[in-house]
Design a protein around this ligand. Structure first.
Ligand code: FES
Length: 103
């Protein structure tokens, strides 16, 4: 569905999405990396459990919330990838305390 524009850099990093290594361009946002990897839904809503994916890609809609390195509620369209970063889907509401446990 998504097609990458020509890269301005050949530098890549490897992140783990749901435990699987994914190579992506250095400087990508996490949201761009998960969309490019074809992840589909990155979270579910707390009330109905509806699937959501990154939408606005500019920090407005909050549909891109995921767990990054064990910290939930991370706005992935506003965070750049780092080598070795661990990214996981978020299911429903996550605790604000950042312990990674669903409520
Ligand atoms: S995609 Fe809308 S806030 Fe991240």
């Amino acid at each position: 569905m998504f097609k990458r524009l020509p890269r301005s850099t050949a530098e890549t990093v490897t992140i783990l999405i749901e435990g699987d290594p994914v190579e992506t361009a250095a400087g990508d946002t996490v949201a761009a990396a998960v969309l490019g990897a074809g992840l589909g839904a990155v979270r579910t809503t707390p009330v109905s459990g509806s699937p959501r994916s990154p939408y606005c890609l500019m920090g407005v809609c909050f549909d891109c919330l995921m767990e990054i390195d064990g910290v939930p509620n991370q706005q992935t369209c506003m965070i750049r990838v780092r080598d070795g970063m661990k990214v996981r889907r978020q299911h429903g509401a996550a605790s604000v305390g950042g312990d990674g446990e669903d409520q």
